[in-house]
Design a protein around this ligand. Sequence first.
Ligand SMILES: [Zn+2]
Length: 501
Amino acid sequence: MNDPMRRAAAILLLVLGGAALWWAGSGAPASASANDAMVATMAAARERAAANDPRLKGASRFEEGGWIYVHLEGEPGAMGYQHGYLLAPEIEDGFAAVSAGMMHSTRRDWEFFRKAAHEMLWPKIDAEYQQELQGIVEGLRARTGSNLDVDDIVAFNAFEELPDYYVPWLNKRQMAANAPNLKSPGNCSAFVAAGSWTKDGQIVMAHNNWTSYRNGERWRIVFDIAPKNGYRMLMDGFPGVIASDDDFGINSDGLMVTETTITQFEGWDPNGKAEFVRARKALQYAGSIDEYTKIMLDGNNGGYANDWLLGDRKTGEIAQLELGLKAYKLWRTKDGVLSGSNWARDPKVLKVDAPEFDPGNKESSPNARRARWDELLKENKGKIDVALAQKMLGDHTDSVEKKEDTNERTLCGHVDGSARGVKEWAWQAYYPGGAVQGKATDATMAKDMRFMARMGHPCGGDFLAKPFLAAHPEFAWEEPYLRDMKAGPWTEFRSGQSPKE
Ligand SMILES: [Zn+2]
């Protein structure tokens, strides 16, 4: 087309567009429903096209026991597409709940997190994970027409590290007046045992995830990942996030991985590599405790600093990697038990990376649970197996009061039942958070890539949102996101599983 013709065509389009708008605007219910019908037809056509995408080949999804199991395979971009497509409704829902929490606690807008993702995190993400994250966006958009882009998804993947590690560090540097009281989270109760501690002498590993119920009730994905490069992985996880993130996973070369966070950790390296990337990479590529340690240390940014509990079923060895930013320490043994409940123990890590933490305060959640783990594990020395581990994850003994209770000091945490809250994590009284799910496995199960998992409180108790919010209006801001969290049954999952007939 020449210029005048192009102009004429553009004007014609404008006129037609205006007429269409006038027609729609003037419309009675009939035209509104015609519009709805058109939108629905377009959405159906988009979904059909997305479902026929060749990148979905081999991927699958089913639900069991309150969990959503997804199988992803192939090239990084294809695995991302499968992830985004198969979990699209859950990603949109999870993103809304998580991003609301990030903005609420930090008093920063979403643009702030997008910028941090784009400028600070993205350039240091390995190419294969950049492709996978981009693939998630493509699969999600193809399925639902979502507006989320890769900066949103990267910021969302960093939901454990940006608000509670990066922002406090930044507030301190900027000497922000009236900065909110942000504390690194205390996620989880866990242990790994081997040798004379377990029933069969082989490794047993168990973990329950502590987080807000708002996030935790969405932490219900079992990812079975068969990547083109690296080892096959089976892990629990969050929709839209490429690492397990709470963390519990096994790989096909025999590595067994879990962790609990370091309470009152402080520090961040803006030049480091995001924790969610290192954690995913370590599960995918490490075949030994040494390799795992090396990958986690490479580009350590201090984000989501954890005490990693590891097992290598090939050697029967277990280990604890206390990964601070300025210091770290690795313990390893073939005969022992290593437990975690959000406390660091190396004097140097405590001094330089978690200086505010008081290991002597027996009444705090981390230390009370530490005492309970010591007692419970010692009592059961030589008897520990997966069935017993499941029971332990639902334990309700308060080691301070020496009685059964449901509060912030029990291994199965119910902070909504505690007037004390957990001040070390800035969880106020009756904070709706605690143990949101549990997992357990042993060396034999890990060899066939299997684990047991229970959604909801590992004790089987239910959390009900409506009566909670009625009793605690101070948490009304969570109302759009907070739902019932009913416990499911202990359920076995394995690599390559198909849905039950
Ligand atoms: Zn419980």
